[in-house]
Design a protein around this ligand. Sequence first.
Ligand SMILES: Nc1ncnc2c1ncn2[C@@H]1O[C@H](COP(=O)(O)OP(=O)(O)OP(=O)(O)O)[C@@H](O)[C@H]1O
Ligand SMILES: [Mg+2]
Length: 357
Amino acid sequence: MNFESVLAGLPDAVIAIDGSGRVVFWNAAAEELTGRSARRATGRFLKEIVAPAASLVRRLDETLATGEHRSEPEAAIDTVEGQHIPVSVVTAPLFARDGRVEAAVAVLRDVSRIRQLEAEVRRGETLAAAGRMAVGLAHEIRNPLGSMRGAVQLLARELGAESPLLEYTDVLTKEVDRVNRIIEMLLDLARPVQLRLVPLNLHQLLERVAVLSEEMARERRVTIVRRYDPSLPPIAGDEDLMLQVFHNLVRNAIDAMPNGGHLTLMTRVSRHPLFGKIDLGTGQRTFVEAQVGDEGAGIPADVRSRIFDPFFTTKDRGLGLGLAVCHRIVEEHRGTIQVESTEGRGTVVTCFLQVAK
Ligand SMILES: Nc1ncnc2c1ncn2[C@@H]1O[C@H](COP(=O)(O)OP(=O)(O)OP(=O)(O)O)[C@@H](O)[C@H]1O
Ligand SMILES: [Mg+2]
């Protein structure tokens, strides 16, 4: 049996170093995980390839020194492109005939999908909690708001059409209405949505969104680029709600590029390991991907976990509801929404949506 080919074909990354810390084995999964080819990795010191402080290096060094296993379930590894990928690391010693530790091998498993799903569940819980709170609050707030609005209108009438004080009653009315709109939106998040699912042509839908945003894009010197897959099947979606999703995403992308840039609308049939499933009945893939990409500043790591929270915003005039609403709608469609962002390079939001049956 050829053990090397077994190791080479493992879905987990396998990396081995000799006693001096040089890479002696780097399988295909390691190439894929790190973005580094085996040809360029083997023979070099592992410390020179990955950060010397990385868990992988430390655990392998410990195993070389002690001859013992090490395991770290929550480690991370950086790819050539600077992406930080969560992995679990397990190391083991390889002994020479005389009992010396000759080499050490590490198995790394990419746990980003698991982390994504965990985040997804947490996000859903936060939204549900926010929704329940909103329903409770809304009833308490809407009645006094209604009274305030009525009182302000009476006051305005008493003051008469010529009064300079009308300026103030106007402000009061407008602000009361604004608070009401915020509550309505929050309630929208909490209400069960009635989906009217129809087969939708995503490209037509995206074009409608593009037309609506064209003027704003032009003002900000944002160019809209289309990369549509012509073979894309129709999705099962509620037209108004889907328009809302992509409108929000396109708005965010434009907001992210105050100095202009490219906004990319991309579609494709999904080959994602989780969502790219094939329907056994029809033999077709069951999800498509629709992406909105920008060349903005990206989302800082500490902000990333909060962008789907209702009312989280970094904008002066933002409500922070856009992504919460998108998330809600896509979830209702039994799809998923994912955000990938590289600081300084831009952000790509991907919606995984079900193909119409
Ligand atoms: N494409 C993007 N690039 C950079 N940051 C983004 C992008 N999309 C969202 N964000 C960040 O996520 C935050 C939340 O986005 P969200 O759409 O929920 O609210 P908002 O755009 O601030 O306000 P609203 O959509 O309610 O007008 C934004 O304030 C911004 O910090
Ligand atoms: Mg927004």
